[in-house]
Write a protein that binds this ligand. Structure first.
Ligand SMILES: *Cc1c(COP(=O)(O)O)cnc(C)c1O
Length: 437
């Protein structure tokens, strides 16, 4: 007997058959269990699946290295020295940026520190940083350490805005109200595009506008946004942003991350030297030097144009090649079509979970504009029963994840998930709940 009904499965299969993006699934490696049976993979918010082309591109670089060795820097099919150029247009398209505003480099938290080195300049009374309460641990550690690095006390100067009592979500209105009251003490607002635990998508332009209205800079962590929700970083007047590429961007574990610096900052940069008013200062390295003269190895630093000047080291080619493969898929599918399907997929998941209320409570916003593809579920009864449900789900071959204290995160990803995957998830969750009733 089916827990969700044969009609629902038929409807899902019809939607999959009519899906203009259905063939993209075939271009990914689909994970299986120990016996080779397919898993229901709904965990692209944590690690995106492997594009089949990633293997080819990595092997190509291994072959280039084997055959050409050092000459690969200049003469590989995709020369290594300017390798990041291959990633630029795809990243600009996904983030709504001008090409010179984005660069693939390092990893998320490292990029956060590099950006803060330029953009967090506490001065006088304006020295605080506003973040969300319950921020991702790495962000909180990094931000607190930046405050301490400036000789200030995170206890005083790290402001954490919490949801209203009893609520899980933070309304943009609450950020505006907080800034109206405390904005003059705040140097920087650091906010997620999509909150990792709740799946709430914030109105980035509105938060940037509110920050700027009070003289604060606005930076964003797009770990859960890029490749998930449409972004318009340039038009949103975001000052800077960072992201990782192993979640929705399918760049593979430890993939090269990325950052955005708005043109209005890079245009004003002094061409040489490390001093100058914000944001003239950066923590520099040779890869941020203008490329034409980099190998003259001169003492004087001459900044490259745009976001490129924040690069420090030469990039990890083997951690960048898979991202190139994935960006090719995003380009072919198109973010508008991906988002359209994503809204439908997640809406379908929401519909199938509705009969499970109140045992399963949806904490992600209901409005599609206020979420990406992830839904966050709280199982009634607290952390113990919730974790048991999660563990049983995993035994049924569902891969999603658990976030303490009591959240199951599920993300149907429009590049490779089907409506049928959503039915299988709902079916198995329903059975697990029946079994644990
Ligand atoms: C995934 C994620 C990170 C991971 O940071 P790394 O530097 O890539 O290890 C950081 N912050 C947020 C909000 C994330 O979702």
């Amino acid at each position: 007997m089916s827990a969700v009904g044969a009609e629902v499965l038929a409807r899902a299969r019809a939607r999959d058959a009519a899906d203009p993006l259905r063939t993209f699934r075939e271009r990914f490696a689909l994970p299986v269990d120990e016996r080779g049976a397919p898993l229901v993979y709904l965990c692209g918010h944590s690690l995106g699946l492997q594009p089949l082309a990633a293997r080819e591109l990595v092997i190509e670089e291994l072959d280039e290295w084997a055959q050409r060795a050092v000459e690969g820097h200049e003469h590989a099919r995709r020369p290594w020295v300017p390798y990041h150029e291959n990633l630029r247009s795809g990243l600009a398209a996904l983030t709504g940026s001008h090409p010179g505003e984005v660069v693939a480099m390092n990893s998320l938290t490292v990029n956060l520190h590099l950006m803060f080195a330029s953009f967090y300049r506490p001065a006088g009374e304006r020295r605080r940083i506003l973040i969300e309460a319950g921020a991702f641990s790495s962000d909180r550690h990094a931000v607190a350490s930046q405050i301490a690095w400036h000789g200030l006390d995170p206890h005083d100067d790290l402001l954490e805005l919490a949801p209203a009592a009893g609520a899980d979500l933070i309304e943009e209105q609450a950020i505006e109200t907080f800034l109206a009251e405390h904005g003059r003490e705040i140097a920087l607002v650091w906010w997620p595009g999509v909150q990792f635990r709740t799946g709430q998508a914030f109105d980035i332009a509105r938060i940037a506008r509110a920050a700027h209205a009070h003289g604060c800079l606005a930076g964003f962590d797009l770990a859960h946004s890029v490749g998930n929700t449409p972004l318009a970083l340039h038009d949103s007047a975001v000052d800077f942003a960072v992201w990782c590429s192993y979640k929705y961007l399918n760049g593979g574990p430890g993939a090269i991350g990325g950052c955005f610096v708005h043109e209005r900052h890079t245009g004003a940069l002094p061409k040489s030297g490390h001093r100058g008013a914000l944001p003239g200062a950066r923590l520099a390295g040779w890869w941020g030097h203008e490329a034409d003269t980099r190998f003259l190895m001169e003492a004087q630093f001459h900044a490259a144009e745009g976001a490129d000047s924040w690069q420090v080291s030469n990039p990890p080619i083997l951690a960048a090649a898979p991202l190139l493969a994935s960006l090719g898929l995003f380009g072919a599918a198109g973010m508008a079509r991906l988002r359209e399907k994503s809204v439908a997929l997640t809406g379908f998941l929401e519909e199938l979970l509705a009969p499970l209320e109140p045992r399963v409570q949806l904490i992600t916003p209901r409005e599609p504009a206020a979420r990406g593809c992830q839904l966050s579920l709280r199982i009634a009864g607290g952390a113990g029963p919730g974790k048991r449900v999660f563990d049983h789900l995993r035994q049924t071959g569902v891969v999603c994840d658990w976030r303490t204290p009591d959240i199951i995160r599920v993300a149907p990803v429009s590049l490779y998930n089907r409506f049928e995957d959503v039915v299988q998830f709902a079916e198995r969750l329903t059975r697990v709940l029946w079994g644990s009733a």
